[in-house]
Design a protein around this ligand. Structure first.
Ligand SMILES: NC(=O)c1ccc[n+]([C@@H]2O[C@H](COP(=O)([O-])OP(=O)(O)OC[C@H]3O[C@@H](n4cnc5c(N)ncnc54)[C@H](OP(=O)(O)O)[C@@H]3O)[C@@H](O)[C@H]2O)c1
Length: 212
């Protein structure tokens, strides 16, 4: 199969791309290239600046059977201590871009499936990442609602991990020093995610948490 991983240059996206590359063709997209040898193609693209139509044009020859949207991020700290443009960046990256991508692919009657990466903790409550949390919750709600849409049933999914040891988790985050909090290795998460993505279960729930 051809698998497109959006947000593939590092962290979970990179680990997942490596796992999937064992049996599939992988095209990775991010603001930078990882230069990892397991990619069949790597494209540079900024989801907060470029248009969905430009991405779809660039990948039209690749024809992905599966698309994973793993890009994510947002400002860390009190809401009003940050400029609104920083929150807007988070809204675009975590919600507006994937929301438009899903819409455009629906218009094109895309026959493959899409997996969005959420955040088990932030979707629920994240006072120091309010715009990140709000946009992850909005994406989860969109995926949930489309689960009832005949076109998207069994084609649109959400995978929500807990904390992972990647650059996205701030170095000064309290959870990094809290012994009660477990922080997963992205490779372990990627192995679980891969198994779920490739599962032949035609009745699988639209949503999966890690740890489940
Ligand atoms: N780490 C955690 O604790 C945690 C917990 C729960 C959920 N998550 C979610 O898991 C997913 C992966 O996160 P991660 O921890 O692996 O983060 P990460 O290590 O920071 O990787 C994020 C990836 O997204 C890409 N990206 C970020 N902004 C982009 C933009 N504007 N345009 C294009 N690509 C962009 C990055 O590429 P560049 O580096 O090239 O910009 C990178 O490849 C995210 O959706 C995140 O919200 C993370």
């Amino acid at each position: 199969m051809n698998i497109l991983v959006l947000g593939a240059s590092q962290g979970l996206g990179l680990a997942l791309a490596e796992q999937l590359s064992q049996d599939h063709e992988i095209c990775g997209v991010a603001r930078s290239k990882s230069e990892a040898s397991f990619f069949n193609h790597e494209l540079i693209f900024d989801f907060t600046k470029a248009k969905v139509s430009e991405l779809l044009e660039q990948i039209q020859d690749f024809k992905p059977d599966i698309i994973v949207y793993s890009a994510g991020g947002g400002p860390y700290g009190r809401y009003s201590d940050k400029e609104f443009k920083d929150h807007l960046w988070a809204y675009k990256l975590n919600f507006l871009f994937p929301a438009e991508l899903i819409h455009s692919l629906g218009v094109q009657k895309y026959q493959g499936s899409i997996y969005c990466v959420g955040s088990q903790i932030a979707e629920d409550f994240d006072p120091l990442g309010p715009s990140y949390s709000a946009s992850k919750a909005a994406l989860k709600k969109l995926v949930y609602n489309l689960n009832d849409d005949i076109f998207w049933k069994q084609k649109l999914f959400m995978y929500s991990p807990g904390y992972m040891n990647t650059d996205l988790l701030p170095k000064n985050s309290q959870v990094r020093i809290d012994p009660k909090v477990s922080i997963a290795c992205p490779v372990d998460v990627a192995k679980d995610f891969k198994q779920w993505v490739l599962s032949s279960d035609t009745q699988k729930p639209y949503f999966r948490n890690y740890p489940s």
